[in-house]
Design a protein around this ligand. Structure first.
Ligand code: F6P
Length: 358
């Protein structure tokens, strides 16, 4: 089998469970007698000269299981094929990354990322003959081929807990509380946390809504003697006119955000209800990973090293039918998954009488 040098990096937005993957990879690799280099700040660590990496052993990873974030650092900016330079131009820095991989003497690379990161890593791997294995992570849970992406379950737990807490204050003040959650173009966090947290209305990008429909839910509850309402909304839900609501910072960077406040104003106007907005933001990515994320992270980490031991590359580990299998990265990233408007969760929400805005 021979000793192998495995590189591991985390790429894209962080989430809970990344450190648990790193731990599992190191533990499994050590079992094979392989060594592991942790690459700092995603592909930036390979782009640096000398490459920025840290040797990982059992001691380094001992306490990682429950720690949020990523000990290696990450970035969700700077596509190496169009890398932004200070003068505003972009250049292709892929050759530097491939050179960094060679300088570290790596035999294989484990890339932990969402669909965007995995697509970039695969392109680098093809160009540089890198033996790549992918592990899916994203709180957005939008990689279609796997039932779990690392970080999603923790994010849902956090959003659910927020709703649990909001129930009491909403009832005390007879208010409509609007919880804005992440998820980019997919409404997985909102629909899951909305059902689990007992929301009265769930708005997701996949289902068009009207303000009147939400206000009629508020009135229906009032008629039933319930003086408050909990609404959960995905960040990429558009205005009624179909406009994406974003905010731009002083550096000109544009981000999703603001649909909660938009809805609050419209709902107050239409129903007369007092509204408050809670933007959960990056709390959904932080903190201690849930047991399910730890479990999946551990299984994915072990399976990724097993693929390397078998010499199977250009594959991503996935969770399917209660087990870990692997699929070609190409097919994994081709299957973007939004919430199915006629799927089980939407049917469940409707069956519970939750307003979906339509
Ligand atoms: O993709 C993960 C995610 O958390 C999205 O849900 C969110 O829209 C985005 O990243 C936020 O990115 P940033 O950390 O750059 O603000």
């Amino acid at each position: 089998m021979g000793e192998k040098q495995i590189g591991i990096l985390t790429s894209g937005g962080d989430c809970a469970g990344l450190n648990a993957i790193i731990r599992a990879v190191v533990l499994r690799a050590t079992g094979y007698g392989y060594s592991v280099q942790g690459i700092r700040q995603a592909t930036n660590g390979l782009m640096a000269d000398p490459p920025q990496a840290i040797a990982l052993d059992i001691q380094n990873v001992e306490n990682l299981l429950t720690i949020g974030g990523t000990m290696l650092g990450t970035t969700n900016k700077g596509d190496p094929f169009a890398y932004p330079m200070p003068d505003g131009t972009t250049i292709d820095r892929s050759a530097e990354i491939i050179a960094g991989y060679r300088k570290l003497g790596l035999d294989a690379l484990i890339g932990i990322g969402g669909d965007g990161s995995l697509a970039i890593l695969r392109r680098l791997a093809q160009q540089g003959d890198i033996n790549l294995v992918g592990i899916p992570k994203t709180i957005d849970n939008d990689i279609g081929i796997t039932e779990h992406c690392i970080g999603f379950d923790t994010a849902v737990n956090i959003a659910t807990e927020a709703l649990d807490r909001l129930h009491f204050t909403a009832a005390s003040h007879s208010r409509v509380m609007i919880l804005e959650v992440m998820g980019r173009d997919a409404g997985h966090i909102a629909i899951s946390a909305g059902i689990a947290g007992g929301a009265d209305a769930i708005l997701i990008p996949e289902i068009p809504y009207t303000i009147e429909s939400i206000c009629s839910k508020i009135r229906q509850r009032q008629d039933q003697g319930k003086n408050y309402c909990l609404v959960i909304v995905s960040e990429a839900v558009c205005s009624q006119e179909g406009e994406l609501i974003t905010n731009t910072n002083v550096l000109g960077q544009c981000r999703l955000g603001g649909i909660g406040q938009y809805l609050a104003d419209k709902i107050s106007f239409c129903s007369g209800a007092e509204t408050r907005v809670i933007v959960l933001g990056h709390t959904q990515r932080g903190g201690i990973p849930s047991p399910l994320d730890r479990l999946t992270a551990s299984a994915f980490g072990v399976a990724a090293v097993d693929l390397i031991a078998e010499g199977k590359y250009d594959r991503m580990v996935t969770w399917q039918n209660r087990q870990v299998v692997s699929v070609p990265i190409e097919s994994a990233i081709a299957q973007y998954r939004k919430v199915n408007p006629s799927g089980t969760l939407v049917k469940t929400a409707r069956g519970l009488g939750i307003c979906l805005g339509d």
